[in-house]
Structures are given as C-alpha cells and as structure tokens.
Ligand binder design. Structure first.
Ligand code: ATP
Length: 369
C-alpha cells in the first residue's frame, strides 16, 4: 500500500442476488487529497462502490481498508466520510444554516462552535449571507453548494459525490464543475465523484476509474486514459473513436484496412491480431493521393468548433473526422494521420499486463534513444 493511501479495496465482490455479481473482484487504492472519478454507464456498479465506502452496504467478499484499518464492519456514522447525494437530500423545512448545522447538533457540539463551523463552511462555498434563506428559495446550483457545505462542515477525510451535477442545466453544470474542482483543491480533502458523463470526468479528475459490468476496466489520469485506452470499451466510452481490427506485423508496423502503416507501438507477437483506435481529431483531410486512407464522405454536421464528418472506406468501415475544414458530401477524399495517432490495443489485455507492457516498452524506447 502506498504511504498516501487512504482507502483500499482488496478483491471486493458484491452480489445482491444469486446469479449476478454487481462488483466482480474489484481492487484499487485511493490516495489522500486527490479528486477521483468513478465513470461508467448506468448499472455498472459506481454507486455500489460509493455505498460500500460510506458503509450503507457491506461487501459480499473481500476487504475494504481505511487508513490501513479494516473498514468492513465499521458503521456508517463512525466513518470519516460524508456523501453528497444526487438530489442533495436537504431538509426542506430547515433553512440553509440549520441544514448545514444539522449533523453538528446531533453530535451535541456547543452552539458557539456550531456557529463558527457553519459560517466557515458556508463561506467556503460562497454562500455567506444566505444563512436564513429557505431551501425552496435557493437555485439548483445554490442547493448543490448547501449540500457540499453540509458535507464539509463535519471535516470528513473523504467526500463522496453521487452524480451531484446531473440535475443542473448545461451552463450551470460547467460552472459547478470548475467550482467543485477548485473547492477540492482548497480543502485538500479526497473527493470521490460518480458520473456517467465522460467529458465531466475528463475535466475534473486527477484520476479516473472506468467501470464496466462490475469491473474496473482502466484507471489513470484523464490524459492517460484518453491517449492510451486499454480496450474497445474504454476507447469508445471516453471520447469518440474510430476502431478497426488489425494485425501487428512486427514492432512499429501494423496492418489494417488491407494496408501497412508505421506506428509507435511495440511489445506484440508477430502477426498478433489487435484493435486499432484513431481519434477523429487526429484525422486530417487531404487530397485523395496524399491521404493514407481513401474514403467517401457520407454526411457532415457543423458542431460549433469543428465539422463532424462521417466517411466510409471501400471495405465499409466508418471513419469519423473532426475538422475545421469543410468537406463535400459524396466527395472522395484522403485522410492523413501521424504514426503517433495510431493506438494499438491488445485483445483481452488486463490492466496489469497493459501497464507492464507500456513500462517495458517505454524503457526500451528510452534506451534506444
Ligand atoms: P446508475 O448510474 O444508473 O446509478 P450505477 O453504475 O451507479 O448506475 P449501481 O447503482 O451501483 O450502478 O447498480 C449496479 C447494479 O446493482 C444494477 O444492476 C442495480 O440494479 C443493482 N443493484 C443495486 N442496488 C441493489 C439492491 N439493493 N438490490 C438489488 N440489486 C441492486
């Protein structure tokens, strides 16, 4: 366990009914003071992980550690953890001040102590002066901040946030993303945030865990996960991708759509079957002759900052292009990409195998320089 680890899951499974595992041998470590996001489609098990950390449910097998101590049987109210729920779960009959003070009153703190803590928490979330407001007089974004103040006033070591921005409109949601991120930095508390929105996860997190069918598919920084997705699921879920089947002819040479291309990937067997990812923004429109791929433009949409152009090659593979250049529907065009833009994925590779291969390969590359 790393020195800075605050939470550790070791081989945790969760089963509600006999034949389905909601969490399938999940292991991970959470470091103190970072912003983590659990990202995945609906039903993948994100909320179950949060509930296990909060103590609202117990693992079927496996262990959870908090500050190196086994945590499985510690009741929820004894954990140094607070949750901000999707609907904020504020008390409508109490004003802002009393909502934030609620937990402290239960702990029977002195009034003067409660007062200074509540005021400090409200000022942290920029709600100074709103103490006497009723909850129904607060906007969605302000309610969100009351919920956060209510969590931080208890000075927890970890704050769990279960899709807390999903009820907000797009503009407010973006503002709150900045605010939450900034607040986490100022507080230095570990945040574990749940979302199914990949853009939100990329924008906010130090580390992302991509979850699918009860398993962590990949964990890493937003850039790692975007640039080096481990498998088709992650590549598809994080950003838009062109994914085709291919064959690794040898290190640095891959074949797909019937052609060979230079690439920067290594560590594969000769002629190993692989999957190839190229991001739409890495494809450049050229003349037919200059392109590495030849495609026909099928449709085009203007997306504000770029055109989203959908093309097909002669084998019927779809190629999505994001370009500031316009194309003409029906035209035959070329697509150019750098060797670095080709990302090669090994079929069925686990995260450990993937990390090891990248490490060995990066070492090899450095020695080769
Ligand atoms: P969402 O984004 O929709 O909230 P999620 O990734 O948070 O999804 P979970 O809430 O963790 O998913 O649920 C994972 C699976 O476990 C789902 O199939 C869900 O139906 C099931 N599940 C969760 N809680 C229970 C329960 N108490 N009893 C039975 N099944 C449950």
């Amino acid at each position: 366990m790393a020195n800075n680890t605050i939470i550790q899951f070791k081989n945790v499974t969760k089963q509600f009914d006999q034949d389905s595992l909601v969490l399938d041998h999940v292991s991970f470590e959470i470091e103190r003071g970072k912003f983590y996001t659990l990202l995945g489609p609906s039903g993948c098990g994100k909320t179950t992980i949060l509930r296990l950390i909060a103590g609202f449910t117990e693992p079927t097998t496996g262990d959870i550690f908090f500050n190196e101590k086994k945590f499985n049987d510690i009741p929820a109210n004894k954990r140094q953890v607070n949750t901000v729920f999707q609907d904020y779960a504020l008390f409508p009959h109490l004003n802002v001040y009393e909502n934030v003070a609620f937990g402290l009153r239960i702990k029977k703190l002195k009034n003067s102590e409660i007062d200074s803590k509540v005021k400090e928490a409200l000022s942290f979330v920029n709600l100074k002066g709103f103490e006497q407001r009723e909850i129904r007089e607060m906007s969605g974004g302000q309610r969100q901040r009351v919920a956060i103040a209510r969590a931080i006033v208890n000075e927890p070591e970890v704050i769990l946030l279960d899709e807390p921005l999903s009820a907000l409109d797009l503009k407010l949601r973006t503002e709150m993303q900045y605010e939450l991120r900034e607040l986490q930095r100022r507080l230095g508390i570990t945040f574990i945030f749940v979302t199914h929105d990949q853009e939100e996860a990329l924008a906010m997190s130090d580390e992302i865990f991509v979850i699918h069918e009860g398993k962590i598919q990949q964990s890493g920084t937003p850039i790692d996960i975007y640039d080096e997705p481990i498998n088709r699921f992650v590549a598809d879920f994080i950003g838009e991708s062109n994914i085709v089947s291919g064959k690794m002819k040898q290190d640095f040479l891959v074949e797909f759509v019937g052609k060979e291309f230079d690439c920067v990937d290594g560590g594969f067997n000769k002629n190993e079957l692989v999957e190839i990812v190229i991001r739409p923004e890495d494809l450049e429109i050229t003349s037919l002759e200059q392109g590495k791929l030849q495609v026909r433009v099928d449709s085009q949409l203007f997306r504000g900052v770029h055109y989203e152009i959908c093309c097909y090659d002669k084998d019927g593979n779809e190629w999505l292009v994001h370009s500031t250049k316009k194309a003409e529907v029906g035209a035959e065009i070329g697509l150019y990409f750098d060797p670095e833009s080709i990302h090669v994925m090994r079929l069925g590779e686990t995260e450990e195998e993937f990390d090891r291969r990248l490490e060995i390969y990066a070492d090899g590359e450095r020695h080769g320089e």
